[in-house]
Ligand binder design. Structure first.
Ligand code: GN1
Ligand code: MG
Length: 367
């Protein structure tokens, strides 16, 4: 493997010779490596993109190139440092955005941002607030990006599409597991109508489609030494979708008092402090750019994305664990149950969540 990785790294237009390669991160989807280079120049990130999940990696990389170049221009215009506040995609020596190896796997590279910090978990409200600012800024930087993006995963946060996949998965019952998870299936079915009702607002245009990140967990944000946001990374799922999706997905991960796959669902719940802190950071940037219709749905977006995540984990369990990497046999079921516990707590706290958003949004809109 090491030998192969060196051969692959040699295909990219790095400024300096490769001195070492180490595995990075624990994503469910791609394989990521840090390329250490000799000399003073930058290090790089090398990634094998998951071609099962991303059906058109070259189109995905084209999205990422356009979006990162746009962000660079915005950072430059604002007097910032584009080498640290934007990603730089590194092409192959032939000028392509990805290298295809002999096995048909897609490899891509980006410049490593030296000295940047990232966090696996948002442990404090102060950090959650910074995360909200980071995603707010990312969306804001792309608010004038008007070129349509290729949907890298069509229907990613489209619950109508997810329910179509769901219906098909239940009908197939590929792993023969449906019988064991009847109660879990019913929990999704009980929410089908309200989720479709919310989604219809996007279909009718009442909620606008914008440029969104679609995987807004804290580990996808880089920070500087002073704790300020540098930039948002992992742009694989940058697509056109409602801004609400990014907010909802962030709350799903930031404000969970337990782990995403917590086997003890009693530990799982929504932290009102973390919810308010993230909302504060996000709305400090976005309150005046979003429509009232969007602001009014921010709290519900957390329920929507969490419900979708329960569905996706459970569907993958039913399908025989084909999408998410799993660490043990029932992992996807444990994840689905833990995310369901989070969803229930959000439902219990929903009125308070709405009041929090309303209070914060008013404050920033009046300024
Ligand atoms: C996947 O691999 P990672 O952690 O970046 C998934 C997200 C899920 C998340 C659940 C492309 O993201 O949508 O919310 O797992 N990404 C894709 O942990 O499916
Ligand atoms: Mg991701």
């Amino acid at each position: 493997m090491k030998r192969d990785l060196r051969d692959i790294a040699a295909r990219f237009a790095f400024d300096a010779p490769v001195a070492g390669i180490e595995s990075l991160g624990a994503g469910f989807i791609n394989d990521t490596f840090r390329i250490r280079t000799a000399g003073a120049g930058p290090d790089y990130i090398l990634q094998r993109k998951n071609r099962e999940i991303f059906r058109d990696v070259p189109a995905m990389m084209e999205n990422i190139r356009k979006v990162t170049e746009h962000i660079r221009r915005r950072v430059e215009a604002a007097g910032g440092d584009p080498e640290r506040e934007a990603m730089r995609i590194v092409p192959t020596r032939e000028g392509a955005l990805c290298h295809t190896d002999d096995g048909g796997e897609y490899w891509t590279a980006a410049q490593f941002i030296e000295g940047a910090k990232s966090y696996d978990r948002a442990d404090t409200p102060a950090l959650a607030r910074k995360g909200g600012e980071g995603i707010g800024r990312f969306q804001s930087q792309l608010s004038d990006f008007t070129e349509p993006l290729t949907p890298t995963i069509p229907g990613f946060h489209d619950i109508r599409h997810r329910f179509a996949q769901w219906d098909a998965a239940l009908a197939r019952d590929a792993a023969g597991r449906c019988g064991r998870v009847r109660a879990e299936i019913d929990r999704i079915e009980a929410r089908r109508d309200e989720m479709l009702r919310y989604h219809r607002l996007t279909e009718t245009g009442e909620i606008p489609v914008r440029v969104t990140h679609n995987d807004t967990k804290i580990s996808n944000i880089l920070f500087d030494d002073a704790g300020e946001v540098l930039c948002v990374i992992d742009l694989d799922t940058v697509m056109n979708s409602p801004a609400l999706n990014d907010f909802g997905d962030a709350i799903r991960s930031y404000a969970n008092t337990g782990a995403e796959d917590d086997p003890h669902t009693g530990r799982v719940g929504l932290s009102p402090e973390m919810f308010a802190a993230y909302a504060e950071g996000y709305l400090s940037v976005r309150a005046r750019e979003l429509t009232q219709a969007e602001i009014d749905r921010l709290a519900f977006s957390a329920r929507y994305i969490t419900c979708e995540q329960v569905l996706r984990f459970l569907m993958d369990y039913i399908d025989g664990d084909r999408y998410y990497k799993t660490a043990y046999d029932e992992h996807n079921l444990v994840r689905a149950r833990a995310q369901y516990a989070l969803l229930c707590d959000m439902e219990r706290r929903y009125d308070d969540m709405c009041a929090t958003i309303d209070r914060i949004a008013r404050r920033y809109r009046e300024r």
